[in-house]
Design a protein around this ligand. Structure first.
Ligand SMILES: Cc1ncc(COP(=O)(O)O)c(C=O)c1O
Length: 393
């Protein structure tokens, strides 16, 4: 059997229509099939490869760690240099009250940890999340997801979850003294890139302060430079109580984190102790890769380039059937009339050699979230192929 047949026979399938693209090697913004076909990756493996595929600095950090040790012990017992250096570097990017990092394996686990932490710290049970939010696929993170179609089959989920509409001021009074936490994506990703205004975030922060509710910002897609700031909340002049990140954090390696104040995080130590347990959380190789990723974003001035690169996409992607482009930095959604119009364009674009996608809860819009290292020439090449794909449909 060839790899494609093995994939279909022995790897669990989650749809009847997987992309089935086979990749043999990836470098920078490009991925290469075994037949030599070259693909320009405009989605970064869904928001992961912010510093590109196999960034040499990330590879060097991984190699260096490989020569020292792999897994040593479950999380939180041994002093492991890659973990502590990463925690220090992460907190250096953050406001001073976010000074304590819990390293995990994935975005969903980071959300789980954040929800548990908020319940323990506030001793409250109610959690508020947004309609059309995506926070992950485990039971807890799915419970705070905002799309009933994805949740229905898995009920009962966590009790005490209430939904508000992202950006809607008049829903903020649903946050009360009973609310442990509000969890919200700073920029809604799977809803098709929705950006609330600064006044909304400030009103949300104020309401959380008034009610003693913890504000959890999910920056699993929007963090690590994707929007042109290291953290997306920097656009809105607010600070979360708990920040969750993953995806782009590992430079291509699996890792996530939830970050809070040391006093808040301290509740995990007692009654019961070991408030969150993880075997592989903050794996030393992933932690080393993540530290290198932070350094690449900073040293290569990737943040400063995001706006102009996004502007170039917007300038080039002009066509009568494109209805508009929503974006915050290089987190972009190109809107078409319907999924029926968009899907053949995505398929043709893949044939031409550029990979885009749609969104879980917004299937009329094309996902564009390229590696932040993408060059102007590569943006021109990508947009030319997308426009050709549109013309060819
Ligand atoms: C905003 C957001 N939160 C959480 C998650 C879950 O992350 P993971 O797939 O690493 O569990 C995702 C994944 O797409 C996400 O986009």
């Amino acid at each position: 059997m060839n790899n494609r047949q093995l994939f279909l026979s022995h790897l669990a399938q989650t749809t009847d229509f997987p992309l089935l693209i086979e990749i043999e090697k990836a470098e920078g913004v490009y991925m290469y099939g075994p037949d030599g076909k070259k693909y320009l990756d405009l989605i970064s493996g869904i928001g992961v490869s912010n510093v590109g595929h196999r960034h040499p600095k990330v590879l060097a950090a991984i190699q260096e760690q490989l020569d020292k040790y792999l897994h040593l012990m479950v999380y939180g017992e041994y002093v492991q240099s890659p973990q502590v250096k990463l925690a220090k570097a992460l907190t250096d990017t953050l406001p001073s009250q976010l000074d304590n990092v819990y390293l995990v394996n994935s975005g969903s686990e980071a959300v789980e940890g954040a929800l548990k932490l908020a319940k323990r710290y506030t001793n409250r049970r109610e959690i508020i999340s947004c309609i059309n939010a995506y926070h992950g696929s485990s039971h807890g993170s799915l419970s705070v997801g905002g799309n009933e179609i994805f949740k229905r089959a898995y009920r009962p989920l966590l009790p005490g979850i209430r939904n508000i509409v992202y950006g809607a001021f008049h829903h903020l009074d649903k946050i009360t003294n009973d609310t442990a936490a509000v969890i919200i994506e700073t920029i809604q990703g799977e809803a098709g890139i929705r950006v609330a205004c600064k006044e909304y975030f400030q009103a949300l922060r104020k309401r959380c302060n008034e009610t003693g509710t913890l504000l959890i910002l999910d920056e699993i897609q929007a963090g690590f430079g994707r929007t042109g700031k290291f953290w997306a909340f920097e656009h809105f002049d607010i600070e979360p109580d708990i920040l969750v990140c993953a995806k782009g954090m590992g430079g291509g390696m699996p890792i996530g984190a939830f970050i809070a104040n040391k006093e808040v995080m301290g509740v995990f130590k007692n009654n019961p102790l070991l408030g969150h347990i993880t075997t592989f959380g903050g794996h030393p190789v992933s932690a080393a890769a993540s530290l290198a990723t932070i350094q690449v974003i900073q040293k290569e001035n990737l943040l400063d380039q995001v706006e102009e690169k996004a502007a170039l996409f917007k300038k080039l992607l002009v066509h009568p059937i494109i209805k508009g482009i929503r974006n915050k930095g290089l987190m972009m959604a190109v809107e078409f009339e319907s999924f029926g119009v968009l899907k053949p364009i995505i398929d043709r674009a893949i044939n031409k050699g550029v990979i885009t996608d749609w969104f879980l809860f917004c299937d009329d819009s094309m996902r564009i979230a390229p590696p932040l290292i993408i060059s102007h020439t590569e943006i021109e090449e990508a947009c030319r192929m997308i426009l050709e794909a549109i013309e060819g449909v």
